[in-house]
Every structure is written in structure tokens, then in C-alpha cells.
Design a protein around this ligand. Structure first.
Ligand SMILES: Cc1ncc(COP(=O)(O)O)c(C=O)c1O
Length: 401
């Protein structure tokens, strides 16, 4: 039987990706390789800015600029009016947090696998406003957060915010965000999802997740440029008047001398100035991912990672660390007798791009796994089975040396 995954023309997709000729890029969880149309959209816009002026160039490209919102909306199943551009996933996340009026003793209910910067932001809110940060326990079967236990905490604590990272930076764990979302909807709780590692890797549907706010970068599995991200803001949140703490002349209108009025759409979370070539690159990346197809991508990408995980698990001295029934394309492992930087450098020297994770990126998860550092390998659909085997062979050679 032909699977959807086998419908991908990998040779053509690789020919469309200049970086494939140069490196074995297994750092898509850091930053994906740009496809040619993405690169072209950005360079063309810079050329236009140089030729006719920056303001004039963005005016000339108004339709394509609007398509950023439409393309991201198509990607996550919402309306363009629900999307705000951001300079990074963290920028989007902190803007979203800044819209919530926290009082002392309000509870933020999160998980042990939420992203490092989100955890730091929660602690910063605790320091400033006296909120309580509560971590729901993990399920003993290793499948991520225990949804029933989290739901019980929701009922008991009535948190001001529930926050879950879909796929953490430090492992392939896929958190049950839609199950958590169902409880949030039932109890009418504000729900923020960090989908930084999953947008571009899986189909994402904000209605199905039941989230109020969702953040992501464009540079990772979506294969957009660096310095970009977005925030999804639900109609409900817009209607209820949430606005970022610092709203500017783009997000609001100064209607009377002592009054401003936030705009109706998620644009209230944006600022007046945009890196237009980056934004156009993101639009091209989202359209590219939609054309390739999120479903075939979501079949092939984790499958390549599973092949790699299997190969690595068979190497003496290697301990793979990812948990959960169907891990994402982030393969993390620990290697006996090596220090982190020399190991990564040895991979670099073999033309293999990878990334390091340290205990401080994941205090709960790495403590549970009793690990100080891990190498992270993150393939994408344009990588090949041969590359996977080459990478596994390189790790085997290094562990023997
Ligand atoms: C799960 C997760 N959330 C958020 C971020 C932060 O993204 P950014 O660097 O765009 O702020 C990352 C980055 O690695 C991530 O992996």
C-alpha cells in the first residue's frame, strides 16, 4: 500500500533546499533549512527595499504581506484576524502573558516539560506578582503529563492560566494538548499552548486543541527565517478585551486625548515596525509546508527520527532518552565517556549538524532521567534514510573511539 508519506518527492524537495548539498542537517529543532522559494521571497524583498525604499516596498507588497496571516491561519485552522506576527516564539509568549492580569495567589498550572523560557517567565511572574506556579505530575507510563491529575488540579485550584508545551525542546515527548484543552474548555479556563516544535511537523488545529492562545516560531520545522514567530489569539480572548501590557500605535488607536482603543484583531499584539522580508519569508514557508502537506510531513518526519532512535539504541554506550508512545522528530541521547562540546564538535567535523541540551534546559526532565547533557538530533522530511544511517554510524564510530 502506498502511504501518504511515500507521495513526497524527496529528491525534488532536496533539490529545492540548497543546504542539502552542504550538510547533513539534523538540527531542524534548532532551525530548519530554508527552501528556495523562502529565500527568494526574502532576497527579492530586500532588493525591492533597496530599489524603491522600505515603506514603499511594503506598500507595494501589501497583498503578499496580508498572505502571511492567511497562510498561518490555513496552517493552524483559524482566521487571519487571529494571527499576530512576532520576532520569536518567546516574544509571542511573553506578549501573551503580559495580557493576563495576574493577582497574588493566582495559579499558573503547567507541566514538568514546559519550555525553559516559559518556566523562567512563570517564576518571574511569581517574583513580581506573587502568583503560584503549580506543575502537574507526569503519568507514570512516561506518556507526558497525567491529564486526569492535571484536570483534578484544574478543578481544585481554578488556575488563572493553564500552560502546556506541545513538544519540549529537550526530548521527543508529545504532550496530550487536546486532552488538556478539553478540560480547559469544560471548566472555562484560559489555555496557552507552546507549539514551537510542532508547527511544521504536525497538522495543528487550534479548534481541536481548544486553546485560547498558541505560540510558535517560524524557523524550526516550518523552515522559515530566523527572527520570526507568531501568536494565535482566539476570538474569545479578543472579545474579552485581553491586550498586551505595552500596546503601541499599531495595536491601538489613540481616539481621544486620554483614551486609546485596542484594534479588534490579533494585530493588537503586534507593533508598528515589521521586518517585512522576514515576514514574507514566513508566508512563503507556510505556503511551502501546506503545499508539501502536513499529513505526509507528520508521517515521514517522526518516522525518520524513530529509525534513528532505533539505530542509536543499539549502540553500546548510548542511552536514548525520549519517552512517550509516538515521539516527535527530536532524538536525544547521552553518550558514555564523552564531554558534550567535544562530542558535538566531532559530529560537526563529520558534516552533521546537531545541538546540545543541558540539565539547565530541563531541570525536571533531566533530573528524572538522571542526565547532565544530551545530544539532540532532529531530522526533517527532506532528510533521507541514508543520512539517518550515516549519522548513526558516525555516533557508533565516536563511541568506539
Ligand atoms: C518548545 C519551545 N518553545 C519555545 C522556544 C523558544 O523559541 P524562540 O527561540 O523562537 O523564542 C523553543 C526554542 O527552542 C522551543 O523549543
Amino acid at each position: 500500500m502506498r502511504t501518504k508519506e511515500s507521495l513526497l518527492d524527496i529528491a525534488a524537495l532536496r533539490a529545492d533546499t540548497p543546504g542539502c548539498e552542504k550538510v547533513v542537517h539534523f538540527n531542524n529543532a534548532g532551525c530548519g533549512l530554508l527552501a528556495r522559494p523562502v529565500l527568494r521571497a526574502m532576497v527579492d524583498h530586500l532588493d525591492l527595499e533597496a530599489a524603491i525604499g522600505g515603506y514603499e516596498a511594503s506598500a507595494a507588497m501589501a497583498e503578499q504581506v496580508r498572505d502571511f496571516y492567511a497562510a498561518i491561519a490555513d496552517l493552524i485552522s483559524c482566521r487571519p484576524e487571529n494571527i499576530a506576527f512576532a520576532g520569536s516564539a518567546t516574544h509571542a509568549y511573553t506578549k501573551a502573558l503580559s495580557a493576563i492580569t495576574f493577582d497574588a495567589d493566582d495559579v499558573i498550572l503547567t507541566t514538568r516539560n514546559d519550555f525553559i523560557s516559559n518556566q523562567i517567565a512563570f517564576m518571574a511572574l511569581r517574583k513580581r506578582f506573587g502568583v503560584r506556579v503549580v506543575h502537574a505530575p507526569d503519568h507514570p507510563d512516561g506518556s507526558g503529563v497525567d491529564v486526569d491529575a492535571m484536570a483534578a488540579l484544574m478543578r481544585e485550584l481554578r488556575p488563572r492560566l493553564v500552560a502546556v508545551t506541545h513538544v519540549p525542546t529537550n526530548s521527543g515527548l508529545v504532550q496530550p494538548i487536546a486532552e488538556v484543552g478539553r478540560h480547559c474548555r469544560e471548566l472555562d479556563l484560559l489555555y496557552l499552548v507552546d507549539a514551537c516544535q510542532s508547527v511544521g511537523q504536525y497538522p495543528i488545529d487550534v479548534e481541536e486543541i481548544g486553546c485560547d492562545l498558541l505560540t510558535a516560531t517560524c524557523r524550526k520545522f516550518l523552515r522559515g527565517p530566523r527572527g520570526s514567530g507568531f501568536l494565535y489569539v482566539s476570538d474569545r480572548v479578543l472579545r474579552e478585551g485581553y491586550e498586551p501590557l505595552f500596546i503601541d500605535m499599531y495595536g491601538a488607536r489613540w481616539v481621544e486625548a486620554d483614551r486609546y482603543q485596542p484594534v479588534d484583531t490579533a494585530a493588537r499584539f503586534e507593533e508598528w515596525e515589521f521586518p517585512y522580508s522576514t515576514l514574507l519569508g514566513c508566508a512563503a514557508a507556510a505556503r511551502y509546508a501546506l503545499a508539501v502537506g502536513l499529513e505526509p510531513i507528520s508521517l515521514r518526519t517522526p518516522a525518520l527520527a524513530a529509525r534513528l532512535r532505533d539505530r542509536l539504541a543499539a549502540i553500546p554506550g548510548v542511552r536514548t532518552l525520549d519517552r512517550g508512545p509516538s515521539p516527535a522528530a527530536l532524538v536525544t541521547f547521552e553518550v558514555e565517556r564523552w564531554r558534550p562540546q567535544p562530542f558535538k564538535q566531532a559530529m560537526d567535523e563529520r558534516g552533521i549538524n546537531s545541538a546540545l541540551s543541558f540539565r539547565e534546559f530541563a531541570q525536571y526532565d533531566f533530573a528524572d532521567k538522571d542526565v547532565e547533557w544530551a545530544l539532540r538530533l532532529s531530522p526533517h522530511y527532506y532528510n533521507t534514510e541514508e543520512e539517518v544511517d550515516r549519522v548513526a554510524a558516525a555516533v557508533a564510530e565516536l563511541t568506539r573511539s
